[in-house]
Design a protein around this ligand. Structure first.
Ligand code: GLN
Length: 502
């Protein structure tokens, strides 16, 4: 078996195992974003739910998905290890998509619930394993995560486009009988997830000890494997969560209770874990918490893309960019830009680090916010190009998405990377889960912000809507820039907490 040292002592820019993890994650994101892209449309047009209800239930699934990453990460640390967690999560995702493929109308919420829990076990743990490919302090780590992030978005783009297009009959309509289109679309998500897991089975051989089950240290210093009943207990418990999630997604008022409880509980638990480590490690975990808390604000602003920006795209944008559909652009331009920009930015980090001028993580985070803010100012600027009907340029809108994406690349992959660097050995999965839990809150906050902007414009003309939305975007841009400047200002303080970590 290859040893950890051999893996981490790689030559060149990237460890070779990163490509295998890249592909497993790419197919998993295909499955995830493929389904996510179908949810609202399917609920409205196939299940005949009202628009608001469908949107609320969509929001609930997103919140639960990211909330479950905490559970998935925690059990990985304590009992399953990253590999078994990932595998179990992948299996649940396959079961979920197969249920949906079999009869999406009848078993919709059951299938979704399986997928939600499965993603919680898969998503955080594969990212943690990427971090394990690097030695502590290896300056190539951020570049690796940037590359991995390109894989995420390649899967997101393909899945997000193909699944809904097949379901709606815009693709392969001649080959697939009309009554079976949705079955095939959900079935495709199942197939790619199988590919992801098969790829992972082969990957395991090259991972050495990375991601194996944790062992308990006995009083006499010897190791003892985790008891089997605990492992099976986790599997059983997971299955208990499925009907619970099914109920909570269907009755969205539960989401509020859930969000208000899970946050404080996880914080209390984190503080309990922090009380058990030495003071140097505690400081690092505290620094990680600063990043996590800021990221909530980032995603709250960023995730307007699925909410208010999609309404804006539908009503206030023309087709001056190659005649493309504005909503299609809004859904996919970000992922498209990332696939090209992520590797470039990764190489830029390596190049800057060779010259010893690579900005540290806090500055990168600060830049992330500043780009996000500038992007929202460009969104505000679209009003300068509007006609009297309140319709404005898709070109300018796309430039805004490009700037926002640059911000995402300074924050999101770097966030994954810094979680692996700041966590203690035994809390890696949980901290990665917490990072994604912040995304759950981001989605939640995004919904609230979006809803506020929507009420501001009720009963008014299209032009009024343009003004109301762009005013909102200017406000969000300002908040983002302030957050960025604040981060840069407090960077000496956070740097102290991070100690030797860059
Ligand atoms: N788009 C990224 C992914 O799917 C980041 C998601 C997030 O953290 N909100 O992994």
């Amino acid at each position: 078996m290859v040893t950890l040292e051999q893996i981490q002592d790689f030559k060149g820019k990237y460890p070779k195992q990163i490509w295998s993890l890249f592909f497993s994650e790419m197919w998993e994101r295909f499955c995830f974003y493929g389904m996510r892209g179908m949810l609202v449309f399917f609920m409205i047009h196939q299940l005949n739910l009202a628009e608001t209800e469908a949107n609320l239930q969509y929001g609930a699934t997103q919140a639960f998905v990211y909330a479950f990453t905490f559970v998935g990460g925690l059990f990985a640390d304590k009992i399953l290890g990253f590999r078994k967690s990932l595998f179990w999560g992948g299996l649940l995702m396959i079961v979920g998509s197969l249920i949906l493929a079999a009869d999406p109308h009848k078993f919709f919420f059951l299938g979704i619930a399986f997928t939600v829990v499965g993603t919680g076990f898969f998503k955080p743990n594969i990212s943690t394993m990427v971090g394990k490919l690097y030695k502590k302090g290896d300056s190539r780590t951020d570049a690796g995560f940037s590359l991995f992030y390109a894989g995420i978005n390649l899967g997101a783009l393909l899945g997000g486009y193909l699944c809904i297009a097949i379901g709606k009959g815009e693709m392969f309509a001649d080959a697939i009988p009309e009554a079976l289109r949705w079955n095939v679309a959900f079935g495709l998500a199942a197939i790619v997830m199988v590919i992801s897991l098969i790829n992972f089975v082969f990957t395991q051989r090259s991972l050495g000890p990375i991601g194996l089950q944790p062992q308990m240290i006995k009083v006499d210093g010897t190791y003892q494997p985790i008891e089997k009943w605990k492992e099976y207990g986790v599997y059983a418990l997971t299955l208990v969560f499925v009907p619970l999630i099914m109920t909570m997604v269907a009755k969205t008022e539960y989401t509020d209770y859930f969000m208000w409880t899970i946050g404080p509980l996880t914080l209390i638990y984190l503080f309990y874990e922090m009380s058990k480590v030495n003071s140097a490690d505690r400081k690092k975990l505290f620094a990680a918490l600063v990043f996590i808390i800021f990221s909530i604000l980032f995603w709250g602003i960023y995730e307007q893309s699925g909410g208010s920006l999609s309404i804006f795209a539908a009503k206030n944008l023309n087709k001056d960019l190659l005649g493309l559909d504005p909503n299609g652009v809004n859904n996919s331009a970000g992922a498209f830009f990332i696939i090209f920009l992520a590797p470039v930015l990764g190489l830029l980090w390596i190049w800057l680090s060779k010259k010893r001028i690579e900005p540290n993580t806090i500055i990168k985070f600060g830049l992330g916010f500043i780009f996000l803010g500038l992007g929202y100012y460009v969104l505000f600027g679209t009003r300068l190009f509007a006609d009297l009907q309140g319709v404005t340029s898709l070109n300018i809108f796309t430039i805004a998405l490009l700037v926002i994406t640059l911000g995402e690349l300074c924050l999101s992959p770097i966030g994954l990377s810094i979680m692996t660097k700041l966590s203690t050995e035994k809390l890696q999965g949980m901290m990665m889960g917490l990072w994604f839990l912040a995304s759950a809150y981001g989605q939640y906050v995004a919904g609230i912000i979006g809803a506020n902007m929507a009420t501001a414009k009720e009963g008014s003309t299209n032009y009024d809507a343009l003004i109301a939305y762009t005013d909102g975007y200017k406000q969000l841009g300002l908040y983002a820039v302030i957050a960025g400047v604040l981060l840069i200002l407090i960077s000496p303080l956070v740097k102290k907490l991070m100690q030797e970590v860059k």
